[in-house]
Design a binder for this molecule. Structure first.
Ligand code: UFG
Length: 339
């Protein structure tokens, strides 16, 4: 069965392609390579023994999207990762984010709406909750006003899918609200490859550990948390990738009678920035050079998932501990730098 994975050369996309191929799905990847390297295909092949199909397409090009679906009429499901994802950049270039993240989504849904039956999985984010009032966060927590155009594209994306599903009975969709993905495939064949200075905590830590960055700035230690640093729910990217496979299987079995559902995808455990640093020091045996600096604008204090719905409905649960995820991130960083 053929599944389209947009953004399949990216961090979460590539790990999901591996899990799909391991489950016997035939994968076709669309990526515009704006934030990913075609060499990722070799890593996927090394792990799974199979080279996925790949087409370099910019999903903002509506005729190209239509032509792709005309060529691949046997695509039975789409997992849509392709999107711009830098919060800060989205504030500077809102129209780029709306064009990339909303335009591509609309064009794909237009094509899927023509099919008698279609399944769609959307990369959403816990950013839709903003600073939730209660921890852990359930899917029923209110969606708060978005703090950035990036966050807004995730909220709007969910609404666009929900509205489309209402009038398209053949379309079955799931939005997965990711918490904080980290780590790499244990084979070290694929992993996270941030371009330039990493914005996210874990790649910044591993790059600092390797000496690529001099020092990690910890953004604030005066938050109302036990050690004063912010709390997040860090999930191993392989666990996150597997969540897509089980969500897809649910859609293929048409078990979601409502035809649109959302799920949190996290571990359910919150870790502070200092705990993440300690995890790095444990698994690497290295001391991390860091200093406490001022808070970063826009950071929320705490976000971790209630994972009951994914556990009960999808039968999915994160398997890896923070240390296991950190070890995979560190092994990957060492491999990238030593090559
Ligand atoms: N942090 C540091 N120093 C750094 C980088 C991060 O102290 O150099 C801290 C942040 O202040 C935060 C934590 O580490 O407390 C995690 O920060 P990340 O930037 O790794 O992740 P965020 O939770 O801020 O952002 C992530 C995704 C966004 C998404 C958001 C949803 O990167 O795309 O979750 O909440 F919008």
């Amino acid at each position: 069965m053929k599944i389209l994975v947009t953004g399949g050369l990216g961090f979460i996309g590539s790990h999901t392609v591996v899990e799909l191929q391991n489950e016997g799905f035939e994968v076709v990847i669309i990526d515009d390579c704006s934030n990913a390297d075609v060499k990722v295909l070799e890593g996927i092949q090394a792990i799974t023994g199979k080279l996925p199909l790949f087409e370099k397409i910019d999903l903002r090009d509506k005729p190209m999207v239509a032509a792709f679906f005309a060529r691949h009429q046997d695509v039975e499901g789409v997992i849509h990762f392709a999107a711009s994802k830098a919060v800060g950049e989205s504030v500077e270039k809102p129209l780029l984010y709306y064009e990339n993240n909303i335009g591509s989504l609309v064009y794909i849904l237009q094509e899927l709406s023509k099919k008698e039956k279609a399944r769609f999985i959307f990369s959403s984010s816990c950013t839709v909750y903003g600073q939730a009032d209660e921890m852990p966060i359930t899917e029923d927590a209110p969606v708060k006003a978005a703090e950035s155009p990036y966050g807004n594209t995730k909220q709007m994306g969910e609404e666009i899918i929900a509205d489309t599903c209402k009038v398209t009975p053949g379309l079955h969709a799931i939005a997965l609200r990711y918490f904080n993905p980290m780590g790499a495939h244990p084979s070290t064949e694929i992993g996270e490859l941030p371009i330039g200075v990493p914005q996210n905590l874990v790649p910044f830590i591993t790059q600092t550990g390797m000496g690529v960055r001099e020092q990690l700035a910890v953004f604030g230690n005066d938050y109302p948390t036990p050690d004063g640093t912010c709390i997040r729910d860090y999930i191993h990217v392989v666990d996150l990738a597997r969540a897509h496979v089980v969500a897809l299987q649910r859609l293929l079995n048409a078990k979601n009678e409502q035809n649109y559902e959302v799920f949190n995808v996290g571990t359910g455990k919150g870790s502070s920035v200092l705990e993440v640093i300690q995890s790095f020091e444990r698994v690497s045996g290295e001391k991390l050079n860091y200093k406490i600096v001022d808070r970063r604008a826009g950071d929320i204090v705490s976000a971790y998932a209630n994972t009951k719905k994914a556990n009960e409905v999808l039968g999915w649960k994160a398997q890896s501990t923070l240390d296991e995820a950190m070890k995979s991130a560190w092994d990957w960083e060492k491999k990238v730098r030593n090559n």
